[in-house]
Structure formats: C-alpha cells, structure tokens
Ligand binder design. Structure first.
Ligand SMILES: O=P(O)(O)OC[C@H]1O[C@H](O[C@H]2O[C@H](CO)[C@@H](O)[C@H](O)[C@H]2O)[C@H](O)[C@@H](O)[C@@H]1O
Length: 270
C-alpha cells in the first residue's frame, strides 16, 4: 500500500488504524499496566491482566515493529503477570528498569537508593495507619489509600515530609502517593527514546504518569511531520477526565482495550 500523509488530530479510530496498518512494521504499541491491561483492585498484589489482553498483545507483537509495557511496577512483577509473552518488551519503575535479553537492567544512578527505599517502606508501615497499604518496589515506595480515602491528606503530608528529608521525588497516581529517587527518568523519557526511529506509535494510559508519555508522542509529532502518534486513555473515576482531555480516544476499561485491539487484528492480515 502506498504511504499516505499523516492524518491530523482529531481523528477517528478508523482513520488511525488505517494509517497504522499501512506502516505496521514501523509501528510501536506501548501500554501502561494498571488500569489499562488490568482492572484496578484494592490489593495491588492481587491484580492480573485481563486474559484477552495476553493473547492480543502477543499476536500484535508479531504484526508490528514492537510492543512494550511501560509501568510503574517492577519488571519482576510484570514478568510474573506476562510470563507467557515472549515478544513483548517490559519497562518497569517508570523506566528505571528494563528487561533486556532476559536480564533486568537497572538505571545505575538509582541503585544507591535501594537501602533508603527499604528503610522508608519500614518506616511507613510503622508510622502510617494500618489502613494505608505500603508497597515496597525496591526503588520506590507507594503509599496506597484506596481503601481509606479519608487518609489522603495525611498520606500526602507524610510523603512530603519524607521526600524533603531524603531528597526524594513524589509521583501522584490513582489513590496513591509514590516516593521515588531523584533520578531523571519517567515514562515520557522512555517513550521519547523509544520512538526516535519509529514512524508511528500508540500509547495506552490511564494515570497521571502517562500524561508525560502522551506529551512525548506529541513532541515527536511536532519535530517530525512524518511521525504519527496516537494517545489512548482508559476511563476511570479518578484521573480519567485529565487523561481523556489529553487523548485522541478514550476506551471504557481494560476489557475494552483488549477488544479494541482484537477487532483491529484482521486489518493487519489484509
Ligand atoms: O504505571 P502503572 O503500571 O499503571 O502503575 C501505576 C500504579 O499502579 C498500581 O496502583 C494502582 O493499581 C492498584 C491495583 O489495581 C490500585 O490498588 C491502586 O489504587 C492504583 O494506584 C501499583 O500498585 C502502583 O505501584 C503503581 O504506581
């Protein structure tokens, strides 16, 4: 098929698919994990991707240049959830970790922060109310108030004090405050690097950290008139409005994401 000019935004899903299919081998698909491939639940450890997502990601990876999951979860967690996907790349902890040739590679500048993060997780468990779920992720600590939303301000205050004391950065998310090392890495930087040689990329996200990934696609489009970026939001009651307003398209749920991709597969096969 002859290469057509990049479609302009706003555009319909059908227009976006048509353009993408025509340059499939030059296209990367990026997915956030929680809220995009997996439904949100009270316990972060109990979360699994929707089964239909596993099949469609693996199939898609055989049809396009690359499929990658870009998550705030550690790579080890993603591996446990996507063990049977052999052609999907994994970025963890906002890109501080990447799975490369079967090995987890960690950003060296972040490594000295491991002991401080372990101590911080212990301190959080000791000082915050029991209703706050403390998730230790080796290079960050997430403080979850989903089951105790009335404690949001207290968690926010505590997080700020610790960030100031230790020189950490704060990332807010859906009913969560996360403390991270002061290392320049975020989903926007992951996407900027990863699309340097791509002609087309899609990003599916639902949370505040995904806005930077959307911005990275927009910035790439502004630099390169040949590049096409498609930003897809997944609806939710917390950050949904902000994500939707920055997106080209909004889907209702992780199940809808899997359906949306599955429905597009026949077009890739001509
Ligand atoms: O970048 P992501 O893969 O989307 O990770 C963002 C955060 O996701 C997880 O928290 C969210 O999902 C939990 C499980 O459904 C939910 O309980 C919580 O309220 C959400 O914020 C994860 O636990 C965090 O570490 C990530 O930062």
């Amino acid at each position: 098929m002859a290469e057509s000019a990049r479609p302009s935004h706003p555009l319909s899903a059908a227009e976006a698919w048509e353009f993408t299919v025509a340059r499939a081998k030059d296209t990367t698909f990026f997915f956030d994990f929680d809220g995009v491939l997996a439904p949100v639940a009270d316990d972060p450890d109990a979360v699994h991707p929707v089964p239909q997502a596993l099949d469609v990601l693996e199939t898609l990876a055989g049809l396009v240049a690359r499929v990658a999951i870009v998550s705030a979860r550690p790579v080890s967690f993603l591996q446990s959830r996507f063990a049977r996907l052999t052609h999907v790349d994994l970025y963890g902890l906002y890109g501080l970790e990447v799975l490369h040739e079967g090995e987890v590679v960690t950003e060296p500048a972040a490594l000295p922060w491991v002991p401080a993060m372990a101590d911080l997780a212990e301190q959080a468990r000791a000082e915050l109310p029991d209703a706050i779920l403390v998730e230790y992720k080796r290079l960050s600590v997430a403080l979850h108030y989903r089951t105790a939303p009335h404690l949001a301000d207290q968690v926010e205050r505590w997080g700020h004090e610790q960030a100031e004391r230790l020189g950490l950065r704060i990332q807010r998310g859906r009913m969560v405050v996360e403390l991270k090392p002061p290392v320049d890495q975020d989903k926007g930087m992951v996407i900027s690097d990863a699309v340097l040689t791509a002609g087309c990329a899609w990003y599916f996200g639902d949370d505040m950290s995904d806005v930077k990934a959307f911005d990275a696609l927009r910035a790439r489009e502004a630099l390169d008139p040949g590049f096409f970026g498609m930003c897809v939001a997944v609806a939710n009651p917390e950050t949904g409005a902000e994500l939707s307003s920055a997106a080209d398209l909004t889907l209702e749920s992780p199940e809808a994401v899997a359906r949306f991709l599955t429905d597009a597969l026949p077009a890739f096969r001509g």
